[in-house]
Design a protein. Sequence first.
Length: 145
Amino acid sequence: MELPFSEVQCRRAWELFRTTGQPLALLLQETRGTTPEIAGYQGYFVPSIHHKQRGGQFKTEAQAAIFIRKDIPHTQVDTSSYCTEIQETVAVRCTINKTRYLLASHYARPTTNYRATPGIDYSWLPNLRQQYPHDKLLFVGDFQR
């Protein structure tokens, strides 16, 4: 099995983290909003999950997020077609040491009966892979499976 990162790439990433004290990116779930800010990072969200508030009102809050260092060349990938009231996916493409990466953070709302819940769709995994076939991938999330 081929590892997704070479030993040299891992050493370079570790050295960058060790010397700066900052991870290259943070991929988070259950963020409950788009207001968190982290100095030196750009945050990306695609809020779509509705949460019931007191008084019967609903509020849409992001559940998946990616924070990527501002000094790393990057661009957000449009994942809005994969986001529904029960799942969110946010993705960013970045270049590190001349290598292109696709990062994705996913959150699926917990259900008691996965198969009976309409709308949960993990087609974004192969679709993003097909859309960016030469990128190194890092997909993380709370898949509720």
